[in-house]
Design a protein around this ligand. Structure first.
Ligand SMILES: CC(C)(COP(=O)(O)OP(=O)(O)OC[C@H]1O[C@@H](n2cnc3c(N)ncnc32)[C@H](O)[C@@H]1OP(=O)(O)O)[C@@H](O)C(=O)NCCC(=O)NCCS
Length: 176
């Protein structure tokens, strides 16, 4: 399998590859292990149910053929405007603090930029995702499909002003 995330220095974590349908069960098992059963209660999950994975923007890190890290992306709309929605991001506890989480987020966002998305939306911790440019500066008008701490609703522009002027309900993209 060809690695798609290039780095100038050797990486302490396994290379990243695109998620394929054959990996679905193993990736889901990793997400279940990392997040536990409570994950289905999250409002983010409402944006994944019945949605179609953006396979070109979703990545997996495999060690010995088994996923040890993953990031998924989904098509959604904010007040009718299409954006890419990131999540879940999961790294096996054995593989943490080696830069894998950040590499997964960067790979997903680079792929979304290349695919022409204007911005990436996620619900997560500002101190972690702020490192790669996510911010809640322009998310006050976004309405997630369920209870959420609004401070954790974050956007990353993928082009000049890509995070500006977005407001209204966040929903599964009916065109996707
Ligand atoms: C968050 C997560 C993906 C990070 O993976 P990782 O491969 O360890 O990430 P990185 O190596 O890029 O960064 C690790 C650093 O981020 C810090 N960090 C991890 N989670 C953080 C958070 N929520 N807020 C602030 N810092 C955080 C770690 O303490 C670590 O710091 P260090 O480098 O000083 O040791 C991983 O901890 C995980 O799967 N957590 C459970 C699921 C989750 O919370 N997912 C994100 C929400 S969608």
């Amino acid at each position: 399998m060809t690695s798609v995330h290039k780095s100038a220095s050797p990486e302490p974590y396994p290379p990243l590859v695109h998620e394929t349908p054959a990996m679905e069960a193993a990736v889901t098992a990793l997400i279940d292990r990392v997040f536990g059963p409570g994950r289905f209660a999250k409002s983010s999950e409402r944006l994944r149910e019945g949605n179609t994975l953006l396979a070109d923007c979703s990545f997996v890190s495999l060690r010995g053929g088994a996923p040890v890290g993953c990031v998924r992306m989904w098509p959604v709309t904010i007040g009718g405007e299409p954006v890419a929605f990131l999540g879940p991001l999961a790294v096996d506890p054995e593989e943490r603090s080696a830069g894998l989480g950040q590499a997964l987020v960067e790979a997903a966002c680079e792929a979304a930029k290349a695919a022409g998305w204007r911005a990436v939306l996620l619900v997560g911790d500002g101190p972690y995702f702020g490192r790669v440019g996510f911010s809640n500066a322009h998310t006050a008008g976004l309405v997630m499909p369920g209870p959420v701490d609004q401070r954790r609703v974050l956007l990353l522009p993928l082009r000049e002003g890509g995070d500006l002027g977005l407001s209204g309900p966040v929903a599964v993209d009916p065109q996707a």
